[in-house]
Design a binder for this molecule. Sequence first.
Ligand code: PMP
Length: 440
Amino acid sequence: MTTSLLPADPRPLSGAAIKAAQQVMPGGVSSPVRAYRAVGSEPVFAARGRGAMVVDLDGNEYVDYVASYGPLILGHTPPSVVTAIREAAGQGTSFGMPTTAETTLASMIRDAVESIDLVRFVSSGTEAVMSAVRLARAATGRARILKCVGGYHGHCDSLLVQAGSGVTTLGIPSCPGIPEDVTNNTLLMPYNDLGQARRLFEHHGPQIACLIIEPIAGNMGCIPPSPSYLEGLRSLCDASGTVLIFDEIMSGFRVAYGGAAELYHVQPDLTCLGKVIGGGLPCAAYGGRANLMRQVAPDGPVYQAGTLSGNPLAMAAGIATLEALRDRSGYAHLEQYSASLVNMLQEAAQDAQVPVQLARVGSMICCFFTHQKTPVKDYDEAVHCNTTAYSSFFHGMLDGGVVLPPSQFETWFVSTAHDDSTLEKTRTAAKRAFATVRDT
Ligand code: PMP
């Protein structure tokens, strides 16, 4: 009998699955970050999830901080959401006719988000952003748009310029296939730098249709806005007649029931939503004041449509999710767990003498591996973080039964299903993972 000295591969079925997937899909995945290229390994294939835990094809269990990149605020398979989806599916999966579920979810959104009078549902965040920008251009008769370096707003052509998320993870400076004519109208500014924004508005203000921003940057790691940054942007937009668009696809219904706008008391003209409002099903939306939204077809001339928009299953999942959040008690749990998690990680890193910065707004979290003493405030500082250290930490955590986003430039998400036992599991894994980082 021969015995191997190598540790057994804990994920042989995931290894085989990615090889089969690569035969039929680029990178074997439906979205690039899932391929784990930034952490130099093969991806973990999900088999099922329950609460805060996800189980892979090989039967390994992990505490999940990916949470489908944000939608799963109640964790995996919350019974009320699963029941709602089942019941809706039994009535019909899609009609191409209006349903009352759309009115219900739209009303819940309007009640939650102060600046929204009217909502249009779409199927992805990309679509929501693309449509909101079109509306802003139509309403102002202007062509230029302004975004932040490292801000990610989905993969629509005009916004895929110096974008965060997977674009940063894969080191793609600009994306082939997008004509210069399309991006010539996209102006860029560093996040959290009001001085630069002011200068841009001085030169181009009357031509800028919209400023689109993630109020809490969540695609270059997680970076909170500096005090009065968002108010400053609001004033600049007001002074030049520019439409302020908050891309709250990640932060909406996550950092507070009314999103970042509620948290920071700044009201945009248009808001893009996604992730949480679909409860894990494909659903997104854009909305704002009636005078803008009434310009959308069929009330107005700005065309935008979708075969599966307002899909009954997605509406049912969204309604059940918002119903669970509406009394706001879930946010207290998210806050308390997330604060404990961050304190615990800070301590574990300190014990292992690994320099990190823990950034957090509510249940959006990021661990930056950096020597920098001041808080990471923009894309430039985020990309100078130690991605090799993040990668070691990621693998240490995975081996310890905790799955994190496979990139320094993604946000971690806590759900209401995370509890004392997941915190303890995370603590044990983190102690070992930080020691691995120190020793490499
Ligand atoms: N905006 C933000 C802030 C996002 O985080 C994302 C996705 N992570 C998008 C837009 C795009 O959404 P989707 O992937 O649903 O197209």
